[in-house]
Design a protein around this ligand. Structure first.
Ligand SMILES: NC(=O)c1ccc[n+]([C@@H]2O[C@H](COP(=O)([O-])OP(=O)(O)OC[C@H]3O[C@@H](n4cnc5c(N)ncnc54)[C@H](OP(=O)(O)O)[C@@H]3O)[C@@H](O)[C@H]2O)c1
Length: 383
């Protein structure tokens, strides 16, 4: 199998490239990489493999220079004769930011970039499978408190908490319209956080939010709201499993499902608190978030928040003026938690033979030791 993979320098794409590179059924992996921060694409690709000391075989792992925002990308890929042997496309690249300020870039990458890849892939002489890495969160906020099936999305009426989710839904719709069913594979991971293996995760995304909640201690959310979270190693094993499986469906949740779902109470109980006398974790009404956000600047009594004075004193010493930034970054996460959603994974288990993933409150014991490296204020700038 010859693969074309986008998003290889990202959290999921990197882990997937390494996993596929070890599979003898995979001949070559062409990786779309752009120059970034002055580091040229080949060096960036090598860094992906160096991260955990994996072998980088240049005859099999081939960089293809390109940017999803380049309007000539489709033509450039079509001109590259090496790519004519590609049979499997895996489109994982996306702008995954929750920040409203990134709207333009999110649209260009997640909708415009997906179109460019699609137009090129449609004309491939040997295309066998087009894999779109979507997200289960395209289901939107309408399905609050539900255990969601794959066929409940995409839904044009869905309301989304952040632009990212909307654009991922639009991207999936474009893919569905362009690729015939027999060549189509849509994988929709739920929330990917950390790794259940005892090693440094490739990205602190989501773990950052958990570290921030653990530091704040006064949490404005329902402790029992269900959360569907999986580790990265499970996510990539599931995607690779589906690539080679006899598939009965086009669309699969890659998720914890009801069996392995978690909640904030269990997640925070699995972590040690921050060092130096800190108050116990306390869950408060979601409405208090607005007051917590105002507190560092101008909130004055009377406010319900002053009933939790122990936490206000603790924040003074702990956050050194950064609480506002951290809270702003965490806001979308609080809203996602309130959705109380799990995603059915029975298709995945049936077609791949995989077991349910380890629940995050169990594998956190392994991955949590790397959380000390997280800079809360820096993570909050691009949640
Ligand atoms: N992580 C999760 O919890 C989660 C959950 C559900 C679904 N997903 C989906 O999984 C996929 C991968 O997510 P991730 O967590 O791995 O994201 P990530 O770590 O943010 O990686 C994003 C990747 O996309 C690439 N990219 C962004 N803009 C690009 C551009 N203009 N041109 C070329 N490449 C570009 C990035 O390349 P640079 O390094 O050059 O920026 C990077 O390789 C996404 O489609 C996401 O929607 C993720």
């Amino acid at each position: 199998m010859n693969v074309f993979l986008t998003g290889v320098t990202g959290f999921l794409g990197g882990e997937l490239a390494v996993l596929l590179s070890k599979d003898p059924r995979v001949e070559r992996i062409y990786c779309l990489v752009r120059e970034y921060d002055g580091v040229e694409p080949t060096a960036r690709l090598r860094q992906v493999f160096d991260f955990h000391g994996d072998a980088f075989d240049e005859s099999r792992i081939v960089p293809v220079f390109g940017d999803l925002k380049d309007r000539r990308l489709t033509a450039k890929l079509a001109e590259d004769q090496r790519l004519q042997e590609v049979e499997t496309v895996i489109h994982s690249a996306a702008d995954t930011s929750f920040a409203a300020a990134s709207k333009d870039n999110i649209d260009k990458v997640n909708i415009g970039g997906t179109l460019q890849i699609l137009k090129w892939a449609q004309a491939l002489p040997n295309l066998n499978t087009f894999t779109y890495v979507g997200t289960a969160s395209i289901c939107g906020t309408n399905l609050k408190g539900c255990h969601i099936q794959e066929d409940q999305s995409p839904n044009r009426e869905a309301k989304h908490l952040v632009r990212y989710c909307y654009t991922k839904m639009r991207g999936e719709m474009l893919v569905r319209a362009a690729i015939p069913k027999e060549k189509l594979l849509i994988v929709r991971p739920s929330i990917i956080m950390g790794d259940s293996r005892d090693w440094k995760p490739r990205s602190y995304v989501i773990l950052w939010a958990l570290a921030a909640m653990n530091a704040i201690r006064l949490i404005p959310t329902d402790p029992h709201s269900k959360l569907d979270i999986i580790p990265m190693d499970y996510a990539v094993r599931a995607i690779a499993g589906l690539l080679f499986a006899k598939r009965r469906w086009t669309t699969y949740h890659i998720s914890a499902g009801q069996t392995s779902a978690t909640n904030m109470e269990k997640l925070l109980a699995a972590l040690a608190g921050p060092p130096n006398g800190h108050p116990k974790v306390k869950f408060v009404a979601p409405e208090l978030l607005a007051q917590i956000k105002k507190w560092p600047k101008k909130l004055r009594p009377p406010s319900d928040l002053f009933a939790h004075g122990e936490y206000l004193d603790y924040w003074h010493t702990m956050f050194n003026g950064n609480l506002r930034i951290i809270m702003a970054g965490m806001e979308p996460y609080f809203k996602f938690i309130e959705l109380d959603q799990t995603f059915d994974n029975s298709r995945l288990l049936a077609d791949t033979g995989l077991a349910n993933p380890t629940p995050p409150h169990e594998y956190l014991r392994t991955t949590a030791k790397y959380m000390n490296e997280i800079d809360l204020a820096e993570g909050a700038l691009d949640p």
